[in-house]
Write a protein that binds this ligand. Structure first.
Ligand code: PMP
Length: 426
């Protein structure tokens, strides 16, 4: 059941009652079952405003898409202008070409692109392409990494074991995956020595943002790249969160390791629902010959491509990455200092554009070591933070946008401190 602990305003409580009557759990994505339950009336920049007149500094950013802040005028205008001339054609249009050229230019290493609607589905496209190109079926993936909600990639943790199927999933669809702890190149080398002939792809988030915002250890991505080359395996970076957030070229650029295929979503389109699969021509062109199928009624829609073109153009012309990093860094230090001041073992780690807040001080390098932290304690704190006007979830990941400035920094630290003074986090 949804998290009840946020004291809802009267309008939110009423809307929630109506929502629960018609929508399972009152939400349209299970990810939101455990999040804040206040109903939002509008959002602009780094702020959310509830139907009960409350405001929130937003560090969730719609789970990542609002990298330019909420409703960036130039993106919303570009989408509405374009859509007045038609929404979906069932034929090709110039915006598709522009958006494709812009994304490939921004990403740097990629030759070709196919647009989709969700991160989940473009991941499937990447896996299919890798299997088609190699004639192999197995895929190496890693504990703690998320690649969508479909049967062959969704997993849950149970009794300390990561990688079990959830109810209703066909568990054997997970059988083609070899699941390894992340950040350990030896494990990949061993698995490829044993099963290399059967392995089509290695897929990973180049930074494990979904579990703890953990960076790759120095040399890890390079080692996996070399192993993939040696065994003829396709390297897929799932950049659905990291893409356009860590820099124009995402994790691949940040760590200087190009994959063969990469998936994008979230920050690519200023908040609009768009995803993309990009990659090297010799792989991607297999879609173009019809040899490998990739379809979707809404792929490359006017809305999607107008949003991507406007978003990526502004990121290329006025990259906000230094600004975002500065805000993130200052906020991380401010939160850490508040933890120390209040005698709490608060842990704030990660990248400035996305970082992780928890309790404890373990050395963390993968999903297993992440479990040494007191994640439940932060989850409890996060509910109080929402009551104090900070829009965050219990998973501990905070996202920073290009709209977070001095005002938001002051508000965030003041509200965080007030929550601690009220006894939260103990
Ligand atoms: N890959 C990663 C790394 C993600 O974080 C997500 C979503 N959080 C997905 C894939 C799936 O994207 P979507 O929710 O758009 O289907």
């Amino acid at each position: 059941m949804p998290n009840d602990s946020t004291r809802l305003g009267p309008r939110s409580a009423e809307l929630r009652r109506r929502a629960a009557a018609r929508t399972p759990g009152g939400v349209h994505s299970n990810v939101r079952l455990t999040g804040a339950q206040e109903f939002i009336e509008r959002a602009k920049g780094a702020w959310l405003y509830s139907v009960d007149g409350r405001d929130y500094v937003d560090y969730l950013l719609g789970q990542g898409p609002n990298f330019l802040g909420h409703a960036p005028d130039h993106v919303v205008d570009a989408v509405s202008d374009a859509c007045r001339r038609g929404v979906i054609f069932g034929g090709q249009h110039e915006l598709e070409v522009q958006a494709s050229e812009l994304v490939c230019r921004a990403v740097g290493w990629a030759d070709m692109i196919r647009f989709g609607v969700s991160g989940t589905e473009v991941v499937q496209g990447a896996l299919r392409l890798a299997r088609a190109a190699t004639g192999r079926t197995k895929v190496i993936r890693f504990e703690g990494h998320y690649h969508g909600w479909l049967d062959n990639v969704l997993t849950a943790a149970r009794d300390g074991h990561w990688g079990v199927a959830t109810k209703g999933q066909v568990a054997r669809h997970l059988d083609d995956f070899i699941v390894l702890p992340w950040n350990d190149a030896e494990q990949v080398a061993d698995a490829l020595d044993r099963h290399g002939e059967q392995v089509a792809a290695v897929i990973m988030e180049p930074v494990m943002i979904n579990a703890g915002v953990i960076e790759p250890l120095p040399g890890y991505l390079e080692a996996v790249r070399r192993l993939c080359d040696r065994h003829g395996v396709v390297l897929i970076f799932d950049e659905v969160i990291s893409g356009f957030r860590l820099g124009l070229g995402g994790g691949a650029e940040r760590y200087g390791v190009p994959p063969d295929l990469a998936t994008y979503g979230k920050a690519i389109a200023g908040g609009f629902p768009v995803a993309a699969l990009v990659g090297r021509a010799e792989l991607m062109s297999r879609f173009g010959t019809g040899e490998v199928n990739h379809s979707g009624t809404f792929n490359g829609s006017v809305m999607a491509t107008a949003a991507v073109a406007a978003t990526v153009t502004s990121l290329l012309e006025d990259p906000p990455y230094e600004r975002v990093a500065k805000h993130g860094r200052t906020l991380m230090v401010g939160l850490r200092d508040l933890g120390i001041e209040h005698g709490l073992p608060l842990r704030v780690e990660g990248l400035p554009a996305a970082f992780h807040v928890s309790f404890g001080d373990a050395e963390v390098r993968d999903y297993r070591t992440l479990q040494r932290l007191d994640l439940a304690r932060y989850e409890r704190l996060s509910r109080v933070l929402v009551e104090h006007g900070l829009w965050v979830t219990g998973r501990g990941v905070w996202y920073v946008s290009a709209c977070h400035g001095e005002e938001e920094l002051d508000a965030a630290l003041t509200r965080f401190e007030k929550a601690l003074r009220d006894g939260a986090g103990r």
